[in-house]
Write a protein that binds this ligand. Structure first.
Ligand SMILES: C[S@@+](CC[C@H](N)C(=O)[O-])C[C@H]1O[C@@H](n2cnc3c(N)ncnc32)[C@H](O)[C@@H]1O
Length: 347
């Protein structure tokens, strides 16, 4: 029998959201505190396969049960989603009672995967890809871990520093001054995912919504707007399989043009071996030419030649690393995990 690492699970609940988000997410902050302090919740998370041992999976399953009409969770999450004032700690307590009284409700869904497809990252990708593709008329994109492929449509979103009432306008602060976001024509958009989600499928839509945070009403409204808008967008090609299984196929399909390989919040879900293989393969492809890469991940993901940064991790920032054509990987900058701000390194 394997021993569950409850201390590790506790740390994961503790670090699940960036401290800068605590104030605007009182319910999820209170819920994560309750989960962190509860043995059943620790055991649930600790029992998940290591590459999916992410508190977001437990949160998404609870949200999914609510969206499917659970008699207690349904009305409670509905109030939170609609912005009805709730006592966050009391709401979190009630969720924990449900979890403890019927743990199987959650445990039988733990085989799922966290597949949050965050369009806010398109604001980040626009800035980084505009830089990597400067001077080129056309590029191809290959996104590893594309989920429903929303960020393969990055050029469909406007970006503004100020909040907008248009759900397809992303809000992103360019901390180091306004960044160029003019993109070349995107010729091919190829995604890779072992469990690709379809924006046209109702079960997949529900899971995509469940992976969002109920207090983030704006993100839920944006997903609804994307679900409505995407049929008019240019089609993407999705290769089912892991990075290791499909990267070569994707690069072969896109070899006619300069290609940018993208990974955003994916590498934690790969085994250490697959992660090392993928980073080597992607960076070697850039060194060989006709390819560049952009990686937006936690600074805890080791990338050879890039210094790790514990302070940025504590603050919940994500690290942007690129490999330009014929070059080694370099630090491009830092950002909020959902694209609320971006900072370009000056070095
Ligand atoms: C947290 S989601 C991120 C989705 C998207 N990149 C984004 O930023 O919105 C992680 C995605 O990686 C996929 N994934 C998990 N293991 C993978 C692997 N071995 N190779 C490629 N993708 C993988 C999951 O199915 C999931 O859709």
């Amino acid at each position: 029998m394997t021993t569950l690492d409850l201390d590790d699970a506790r740390r994961r609940y503790e670090k699940a959201i960036a401290p800068e988000d605590f104030e605007r997410l009182p319910f999820y902050t209170a819920l994560l505190h309750r989960l962190r302090d509860d043995r059943t919740a620790l055991e649930l998370l600790a029992s998940v396969r290591v590459e999916q041992r992410n508190p977001m999976l437990v949160l998404a399953i609870l949200h999914w049960l609510a969206l499917r009409g659970h008699p207690v969770l349904g009305p409670l999450y509905d109030d939170v989603r609609r912005g009805v004032p709730v006592d966050a700690d009391e709401a979190a307590r009630v969720v924990l009672v449900v979890l403890r009284e019927d743990t199987a409700l959650v445990s039988r869904e733990l085989g799922r995967s966290t597949q949050t497809n965050e369009p806010g990252r398109s604001a980040l990708l626009q800035a980084v890809i505009a830089d990597l593709a400067r001077g080129r008329a056309r590029v191809n994109l290959v996104e590893v871990g594309c989920s429903a492929g929303i960020n393969l449509h990055l050029d469909r979103f406007a970006v503004s520093a100020d909040p907008s009432t248009d759900p397809l306008t992303l809000t992103c602060q360019d901390v180091t001054g306004p960044l160029e976001r003019t993109l070349p024509t995107i010729a091919r958009r190829v995604g890779i995912d072992p469990r690709p989600l379809q924006l046209s499928d109702q079960d997949d839509q529900l899971w995509l919504k469940a992976c969002l945070w109920p207090e983030d009403r704006h993100r839920l409204e944006r997903l609804d707007a994307i679900i409505e808008a995407w049929p008019a967008w240019s089609p993407i090609e999705v290769l089912r399989g892991t990075a290791r299984e499909r990267l070569a196929d994707a690069l072969q399909q896109t070899s006619d043009d300069f290609t940018i390989i993208v990974n955003t919040w994916v590498l934690f879900y790969l085994s250490p071996e697959e992660r090392a293989w993928f980073l080597t393969a992607a960076h070697d492809a850039a060194r060989a030419g006709n390819v560049a890469t952009v990686s937006i991940e936690s600074p805890l993901v080791d990338i050879a030649g890039i210094a790790s940064d514990q302070r940025a991790h504590e603050a919940g920032a994500s690290r942007i690393v690129v490999a330009r054509e014929f070059a080694d990987p370099e630090l491009w900058g830092w950002c909020h995990p959902h694209g609320r701000w971006i900072e370009k390194s000056t070095a």
